[in-house]
Design a protein around this ligand. Structure first.
Ligand code: BES
Ligand code: MN
Ligand code: ZN
Length: 527
């Protein structure tokens, strides 16, 4: 099948579910604005909290009776949909369990909201509202609740059906009204804006991941970046095969050699900071398909390797969010994009290739290709952009999936402050990472008898040795996120997840805030 790129780039065209904020200080305000369905969080034995009690009163003790019958959602994420409850004037009321009062963590709230949003979208209500706080829930700041609700709603509303003749029947929820009991000011609106920008970045990353690999080729990623640059006001540059060769990126080229799809080196720049300020550089592994090459993978689940551009997708998604938020910092995204294929011209085990850094790499396994494209992209980024910090994001190793599953992304770093900032951003954004070791003791596993290093050290600590390999190409504060287990999921719900767009964007937001604060304190001292 060959489809023209423009036929298959509907990625920016759909209007997503719209979220807005309204104040509802009293339960009657919430009821008046409820739309087709009102969502309310309830705590175990919480019938007596003031707003729930008020609601109960209005529906003649229905909630008290449900509680007595043990039918009120008790567990985190448990849902109960009530149709036309008497006395409320609502067509539907969705109760979602938040667990024990005061005990709900942000992780619980996100899980409960995700379950509620799914239930809500199944109900096919078009216009919904969501009471975000009951008095006993105010352990979490409104900004966190807003973000949790937006990510849950947008996550549940996401669909990818460009390649079905029979599309799902419309419409899933189109509008959501997030109700706060407290007044809504600039901080709450800013929180909503941040949450929506993150959701937009996540949607883009999912779309790129889900786009089939005969369509989402290296050139397709380049065109998507160019289109985004136009729409979001970013600078873009795309290098083709000859330019990559001329630059001396032989490790990257070695991977691309076996494929008839030409490689692309994509660079996007967001210049939101002052001129000359060192940028944060994000690097995303962009393998639009990884067959393993000559060290070919088994047939089972090889289709999953279309998600091997998950790092690139996440980096592009984070750039989109960063541009939409006009963050006052400089950020550069670098994406080495290619396919890893077998063929008469393909890279072979036993070859030695010269990386852009000058270090020689002995190829043991052509399926350890991610580190080969990344090392050259990292050297290139350091030569051209002198990053203040560099973060690479890659579906790098099956070993990381074994270690961490799909819960946390693996985080490696040569800089403590950067590591902690990323861990914190992940927790706040509901897109967590877990720190992994990078001590010198692992380095000897990748020493080579004939070159500076091997590209594959076998099964022991496979995710760590991949990170060790990358560490040999860094001269600046650097972190590596291994997202092999988090960027996509298999099975019947096979899909890109959009991770770790939220982590990256949250990190950029806090970096922008930190830079603004230090600039302010500098100018205060000068005055
Ligand atoms: N893209 C894969 C890693 C991967 C595996 C991502 C499973 C998602 C799910 C990567 O290029 C790869 O093949 N890594 C090898 C490295 C080995 C040959 C040292 C692996 O993990 O087996
Ligand atoms: Mn591979
Ligand atoms: Zn790969």
């Amino acid at each position: 099948m060959s489809l023209a790129p423009d036929d298959v780039l509907p990625l920016f065209e759909e209007t997503p579910l719209q979220c807005r904020l309204s104040q509802a200080s009293q339960i009657e305000d919430a009821l008046a604005q409820a739309g087709d369905c009102l969502v309310i969080g309830v705590y175990t034995q919480d019938v007596l909290s003031p707003s729930i009690r008020e609601l109960d009163h209005r529906c003649q003790g229905l909630l008290t009776r449900l509680c007595a019958a043990n039918e009120l959602p008790a567990k985190v994420g448990e849902c109960l949909m009530l149709h036309e409850p008497a006395g409320l004037g609502l067509s539907r009321l969705l109760l979602v369990g938040l667990g024990k009062p005061g005990a709900a963590t942000l992780v619980d709230v996100r899980a409960a909201f995700t379950a509620a949003a799914r239930r809500l979208l199944e109900s096919r209500a078009a216009d919904v509202s969501w009471l975000l706080s009951t008095p006993s829930a105010l352990v979490l700041p409104p900004a966190a609740l807003i973000d949790a609700a937006v990510q849950a709603l947008r996550g549940a509303a996401y669909k990818f059906d460009h390649y079905r003749q029979t599309r799902e029947t419309p419409p899933l929820a189109r509008r959501a009204n997030l109700l706060l009991e407290t007044s809504i000011g600039a901080p709450e609106q800013a929180a909503l804006e941040r949450a929506v920008a993150i959701a937009n970045g996540v949607d883009l990353a999912k779309d790129l991941g889900n786009t089939p690999c005969n369509i989402c080729t290296p050139n397709f990623l380049a065109r998507a970046a160019q289109r985004m640059a136009r729409e979001e006001d970013l600078q873009v540059e795309v290098l083709g095969e000859q330019q990559i060769e001329k630059a001396g990126m032989h490790a990257f080229l070695a991977v691309a050699r076996g494929s008839s799809e030409a490689p692309r080196l994509i660079t996007l720049q967001h210049r939101g900071g002052v001129d000359g300020q060192a940028p944060i550089v994000l690097i995303g592994k962009g393998l639009t398909f990884d067959s393993g090459g000559i060290s070919i993978k088994p047939a089972t689940d090889m289709d999953h390797m279309k998600y091997d551009m998950g790092g690139a997708a996440a980096v592009l998604g984070a750039m989109r969010a960063c541009a939409q938020l006009k963050l006052p910092i400089n950020v550069v995204a670098v994406v080495p994009a290619c396919e890893n294929m077998p063929g008469g011209n393909a890279l072979k085990p036993g070859e030695v290739v010269r990386s852009l850094s000058g270090q020689y790499i002995e190829i043991i396994n052509t399926d350890a290709e991610g580190r080969l494209v990344l090392c050259d992209a990292m050297t290139y980024a350091q030569q051209w952009y002198q990053p203040a910090q560099m973060i690479d994001v890659a579906t790098l190793t099956g070993a990381c999936v074994i270690a961490l599953g799909s819960v946390h992304s693996g985080l490696y770093a040569n800089d403590e402050a950067l590591a902690h900032a990323l861990l914190r951003a992940g927790e706040d954004a509901g897109d967590s990472a877990w720190r992994m070791p990078l001590d010198a003791a692992y380095q000897k596993q990748i020493d080579s008898p004939v070159a500076d290093m091997v590209n594959s050290a076998g099964r022991d600590a496979g995710s760590v040795t991949a990170a060790c390999f990358l560490s040999r190409f860094t001269e600046v504060p650097w972190a590596h996120l291994d997202i092999a287990g988090t960027a996509w999921k298999g099975g019947r719900e096979k899909s890109g997840t959009g991770r770790p767009v939220a982590l990256l964007t949250q990190f950029l937001i806090t970096q922008a805030q930190a830079q603004a604060e230090s600039a302010a304190s500098l100018s205060a001292r000068a005055a």
